[in-house]
Design a protein around this ligand. Sequence first.
Ligand code: CAO
Length: 445
Amino acid sequence: MKKEVKIPDIAENVDKATIARILVSKGDKVSKDQPLVEAETDKATTDIPSEYEGTVVEIKISEGEEVGVNQVIMVIETEGEGEKGGEEKKSSSSKASGKDKEESTEAEDTGEESDDEKEDGEKAEEDEDDDDQETREDERKKKKSKSGGGSDIPAAPSVRRLAREKGIDLSAIEGSGPGGRITKEDVEQAKEGTGGKKEKSKTGGTQLPDFSKWGSVSHESMSNIRKATARNLGEAWNTVPHVTQFDEADLTHMEEFRNRMQPKVEKAGGKLTVTAILLKIAAFALQRYPKFNASIDMENQEVIYKHFFNVGIAVDTPMGLLVPVVREVDKKSLTELSIELTELAKKARDKKLTNEDMQGGNFTISNLGGIGGTAFTPIVYAPQVAILGVSRAKYKQEYMDDEFQKRLMIPLSLSYDHRLIDGADGARFLRWICDVIEDPYAILQ
Ligand code: CAO
């Protein structure tokens, strides 16, 4: 009996994923729960397991393809399944049939390119970012709900093709057809600059020049992680009034402590790094200065204080920046934190983080010191209100006890949301962290 494998509900608010890797081939025997494909969402890579035991008879997707929830990706031939399986198939295929129907209505127009076009529609929807975005988005949602919840911008495939040929972004065009449908004339007019928003590029900035006029260029689609990073950081930059406070701490004693403790932590399976110690210090600082652990809710004109201490760590991976969250940092020992940090960084680099791993952070630490740099201004990971940037520690001549002494100094920067945090608060918070790095007894004050 043939069974269809579909993309399940991957996570809350995630309805698309890119097939990063196909893990089986046609003809392979697979067992129940065996991973079939690796799907990359905005935030993580996740395995899609087989619901059935059987033989793969059809693979309906290819690597790099964007897929939606409930989309059929494979067909598996099972053996000896009775009534139950048949019913399951019937109900799930009838669920999917609504979607199939929509797509086939579109495809019927030309009988081709429906997948491409669907992707274009989704891309256009995602890339939209100009002044009229919200209004148009609302209107589009209304239209969508009227037309039964389809995911595309209303335009016939031939119109989409024309727009693609002319390099016009459909999401920037107001449709003049019935129900706001975009017509060929709308696209032609946009081309002439008399309609739509031709002067805007998909990025929401001004139209990019044709770089190939000056030399050879190549194009690469953005990965989902890159898209999410661009969207989130762009949003944070646009909504959070940032201030960055700089300070410097004498790390000499802490380094002595780190070297002394290192063998013990290594024995337990971790690595006692500067980041692990800062994680613990940050949790103390957040308890002492609750505003830095809060979020600002402008809609309800409220400040939301969180009484748990979860801290995100920026991790540099080949796929881009990921920020897994260490939970309840206040309740964990330095050894536990060191082990967890090592594991999380590995998980991030092995593309094994789940959405859950990256949610619920109240504050973030970004340590670029392993790479270098004297200072940087990190961007607040909204709706958090502050982020600690760490740059490279180095030996300096410091004037202490009436003489210059060789001390290991670490530069720190704290970016914060000035809507909630005043400059003096920022300076105090960062100075407190520096005091504790220099003399941990400061925690007892
Ligand atoms: N100053 C000097 N040396 C530092 C340092 C600092 N601030 N931070 C780390 N180092 C050294 C470590 O001591 C280690 O040296 P040894 O190998 O000799 O012990 C080396 O750099 C590598 O550190 P690490 O990576 O093992 O450990 P870590 O805990 O310090 O860092 C992590 C972990 C995940 C934060 C890091 O690997 C990473 O990904 N950093 C990049 C974060 C990033 O991309 N931020 C930008 C985001 S945008 O705001």
